[in-house]
Design a binder for this molecule. Structure first.
Ligand SMILES: Nc1ncnc2c1ncn2[C@@H]1O[C@H](COP(=O)(O)OP(=O)(O)O)[C@@H](O)[C@H]1O
Ligand SMILES: [Mg+2]
Ligand SMILES: [Zn+2]
Length: 533
């Protein structure tokens, strides 16, 4: 027996079998029952949502001689004739290949004739946006004065390409993306009909990766059947899609939370050596981080997260360990990395570099500090090392951005002082303006204060705990944006730079040693620490 693709075999045959488009099918059924159908319809929506299927059902329903509730009966002569494509009154054409003016002129000639066997002559024109301009004009002429017996059903994935003159003559229906839940239910029905078992997780994974197109989901299901004979498992789907196992994503996120760069690189290596696509992995990771953020910041956020109960529990636990700040930063930076990876020659190096940068910005674990007193007075005494151990201590790394530490030593010119005053007076307004246009940047900039103005450069300063903000704020597009805001509000061309408060004055070696000794005393007790000169 030849294999018939599932999505062909299971094309819905009645309006009631169409999934997730009740707003369309119910209206059409009502029109049929009331004999109030129009002459032209446009079905729009992304691929695989049921446009062609609904058009075919509609073509039968208007001609069905046995119609009770608006659905075609699929048993009367009219229905059977159309189903078997023997009926010459239902004509399907693909605008992608019949888009010349002649094709449509030809059509205009034909529509004049009455239907031979049925009530309505139905033209289904698929991918109608592909028609040439001339063909659209010819079609328009027909739509302007449609004969009584004529029904046009146009379908398109790109309604914005259809001329307004055509649109205004059609009843338009937008088919929606199919929800994960509806897709899972549909696949479940199909699987039981085929006598195949399928793990719930497997179907969810398929639905999630189909982006609302049921046909795509059914194609994946089909491919799974090729190598899972009687049961479709989550692992099968993962393999087939080349995506990364959910557990790996959870684990990877844990490592992000711990900021353990070494472990991170190891797991990444594991993932890539299994031949997984970097971009698919990143997409999965970003989706997961998005779910964590929603669960953490939206009350009853579950409804926005497409996973099972178990996964929700895991996610909720994990979201407790991740600060909202870090969560947002990870999503933003990884999304940017994803876009770059899609274009990069060596996406692996890019990803590694970006991950290291992502985790280096903030904290470092200080494990061991060795103190050694350099010059001893008594040459005979043995040198000794005091070893202190501090637990994972959050220490702000002064990172790449030199601006952060730089002492600003220029003399303040008089009108710089005046500008600073103006900025301070208008600071609320400035922040509000930023907020209106770039809400995420506002969250950052509002933590800074106008600090000084030096030769036309506005220095905005963060308190020392905001290292992460500093890097974001000094990004080129943020700076350019801020400069524009200053220009709009103060009517002046100013440069902008963010710095961070440098409360730690440069300490002398002696002071540092003193401090470490104190720490050692505190940790081990004064009597246990000996410092030998
Ligand atoms: N809303 C839907 N309900 C049920 N099946 C659907 C639906 N949308 C798509 N399908 C499945 O996908 C296949 C292709 O659908 P089709 O109607 O050709 O989509 P479109 O024309 O929007 O690209 C159908 O045969 C069916 O198996
Ligand atoms: Mg179609
Ligand atoms: Zn019928």
């Amino acid at each position: 027996m030849s294999h018939q693709a599932i999505y062909r075999k299971y094309r819905p045959k009645t309006f009631d079998e169409v999934v997730g488009q009740d707003h369309v099918t119910e209206t059409l059924k009502n029109q049929i029952m009331r004999n109030s159908t129009a002459h032209a319809y446009l079905f729009s929506g992304i691929r695989g949502t049921g446009k062609t299927s609904t058009a075919k059902i509609f073509a039968r329903a208007v001609n069905c001689t046995n119609n009770t509730d608006g659905n075609p009966c699929n048993e009367c002569d009219a229905c059977l004739g159309i189903l078997s494509e023997r009926n010459m009154d239902v004509i399907e054409m693909d605008a992608a290949s019949n888009n010349s003016v002649e094709d449509i002129r030809d059509l205009r000639e034909k529509v004049k004739f009455l239907p031979s066997q049925s009530k309505f002559k139905v033209y289904i024109i698929d991918e109608v946006h592909m028609l040439s301009k001339g063909a659209f004009n010819a079609l328009l002429k027909t739509l302007e004065e449609p004969p009584e017996h004529l029904l046009f059903i146009l379908a398109t994935t790109e309604p914005q390409k259809i001329p307004a003159t055509i649109l205004s003559r059609c009843q338009r229906f937008d088919l929606k993306r199919i929800s994960v839940k509806d897709m899972m239910a549909n696949m479940n029905t199909i699987c039981s009909d085929l006598g195949i078992e399928a793990e719930e997780n497997a179907l969810r994974m398929i639905a999630n990766s189909s982006e609302g197109a049921l046909r795509d989901a059914l194609s994946i299901l089909d491919r799974c059947l090729v190598y899972s004979v009687d049961k479709i498992t989550y692992e099968d789907v993962i393999m087939l899609l080349g995506t990364v196992n959910y557990n790996t994503i959870i684990r990877f996120t844990d490592i992000l939370i711990d900021k353990d760069i070494k472990e991170l690189l190891m797991v990444l290596d594991e993932i890539l050596s299994q031949g997984k696509e970097i971009t698919l992995f990143l997409e999965g990771l970003i989706e997961h981080l998005r779910n964590l953020l929603i669960l953490k910041s939206v009350k009853d956020g579950q409804s926005f997260v497409n996973t099972g109960e178990d996964a929700i529990k895991l996610m909720k636990n994990q979201s407790l360990k991740l600060t909202v700040d870090d969560n947002i930063r990870y999503i933003e930076e990884l999304s940017e990395t994803l876009a770059l990876c899609k274009r990069a020659v060596n996406s692996r190096i890019l990803l590694e570099t970006r991950l290291i940068k992502l985790l280096s910005v903030r904290t470092v674990a200080v494990e061991t500090v060795y103190i050694e007193k350099p010059v001893s007075v008594s040459e005979s005494a043995p040198k000794q090392t005091v070893k202190t151990e501090t637990s994972h201590k959050d220490e702000v790394l002064q990172t790449s951005n030199e601006a952060g530490n730089e002492a600003v030593s220029e003399v303040i010119a008089e009108d710089d002082g005046e500008i600073l005053r103006q900025i301070q007076d208008n600071w609320d307004l400035i922040l509000q303006t930023v907020k209106k246009r770039k809400i995420s940047l506002n969250a950052i900039v509002k933590e800074s204060q106008p600090h000084r103005v030096v030769k036309g450069e506005v220095i905005l300063r963060f308190a020392e705990q905001y290292t992460f903000h500093l890097n974001r704020a000094n990004a080129k597009e943020s700076i350019e944006f801020m400069e524009q805001v200053f220009k709009n509000i103060l009517k002046k061309d100013l440069k902008v730079r963010f710095i961070i408060e440098d409360s730690k004055k440069k300490e002398s070696d002696e002071e540092i040693r003193e401090k470490i000794n104190e720490k050692a005393f505190e940790l081990f007790g004064k009597e246990k620490v000996k410092i030998i000169d």
